[in-house]
Design a protein around this ligand. Structure first.
Ligand code: AMP
Length: 219
C-alpha cells in the first residue's frame, strides 16, 4: 500500500500516518521529520533546510525529491509506505508519478484531511514536542508535565520554531498557494479521499480505515 497524506500543517497528518503505519507495518516517511533530524545532526542537508524551515518556506523541490526517492528505495519500503508531508508542490507530485511509472506501481490513495484553518492555527501554536521521541503535547488538550519533560522518555519538551504564530500564518499561505492545488491534481486522478480531520484522533482514524477498506483490491 502506497499512501500520501495531504492537509494543512497541523491537520493531523503525522498522527494518522503513524497509526496506519503501525497497523500495516509499513514505514511512515515524514519529510519534515527527516529534515528536523538532519537539522539536529547539523548535516549539510540540515544546515541548508533550516533556513527554509525557520521561515515557514518550503525547501527546494530538488532536495526533497532526491531525499524521498532515496528513502522509498530502502528495503523497508518494498511492501509500501505512507508519505507524510510529500508531495507539497505540483512539481514534487509529477516526480512522484514518474517514480511510480518507473516502478510499475500505482499510488493507492491520497488522504486529504479537511479541517478549518482557524482550528489548525490554534492547534499548531499550542503544540509542543518532545525533542527526543517526538511525542506531541498540546497546551490546552494534552498539556506537558510541569517538569517540561516527556512522560514517555524523559526528553525535553519544546516548541518547534516554525510553530511560532507568525511562522504558522506564513506556512498556511504557502500551503494554500503551493500545496492545495494537489487536491485537484489527485482528484483528477481519482485518488483523493477527503476525510473530516476536525474529529477526534480515533474517529478520524476509523474513517480513514473505512474509506481505505472500500477501495477495490484492499484487504
Ligand atoms: P512538516 O513537519 O511536514 O510541517 O515540515 C516542516 C518543514 O519542513 C516545512 O515547513 C518545510 O520547510 C520543510 N518540508 C517538509 N516537507 C517538505 C516538502 N515536501 N517540500 C518542501 N519542504 C518541505
Amino acid at each position: 500500500m502506497e499512501l500520501v497524506f495531504l492537509g494543512y500543517p497541523g491537520s493531523g497528518k503525522g498522527t494518522q500516518a503513524t497509526l496506519l503505519s503501525e497497523i500495516h507495518k509499513i514505514p511512515k516517511i515524514s519529510t519534515g521529520d527527516i529534515l528536523r533530524a538532519a537539522v539536529q545532526a547539523q548535516t549539510q542537508l540540515g544546515v541548508q533546510a533550516k533556513k527554509y524551515m525557520d521561515r515557514g518556506e518550503l525547501a527546494p523541490d530538488q532536495i526533497m525529491i532526491g531525499l524521498v526517492v532515496q528513502r522509498i528505495n530502502e528495503p523497508d519500503s518494498a511492501r509500501g509506505y505512507i508519505l507524510d508531508g510529500f508531495p507539497r508542490t505540483i512539481n514534487q507530485a509529477h516526480e512522484l508519478d514518474r517514480v511510480f511509472l518507473d516502478l510499475k506501481k500505482q499510488l493507492t490513495a491520497v488522504i486529504s484531511l479537511e479541517i478549518e484553518k482557524k482550528k489548525v492555527i490554534e492547534r499548531l501554536t499550542s503544540r509542543r514536542v518532545c525533542e527526543n521521541c517526538g511525542k506531541l503535547f498540546n497546551l490546552t488538550t494534552e498539556p506537558p508535565p510541569a517538569s517540561n519533560r516527556c512522560d514517555h522518555c524523559g526528553g525535553k519538551i519544546y516548541q518547534r520554531s516554525d510553530d511560532k504564530p507568525e511562522t504558522v500564518l506564513h506556512r498556511m499561505e504557502v500551503y494554500e498557494e503551493l500545496t492545495r492545488p494537489l487536491k485537484d491534481y489527485y482528484g483528477a486522478q481519482g485518488k483523493l479521499l477527503q476525510i473530516d480531520g476536525s474529529l477526534s484522533i480515533h474517529k478520524v482514524h476509523a474513517d480513514i480505515v473505512k474509506r481505505l477498506n472500500e477501495l477495490p483490491g484492499i484487504s
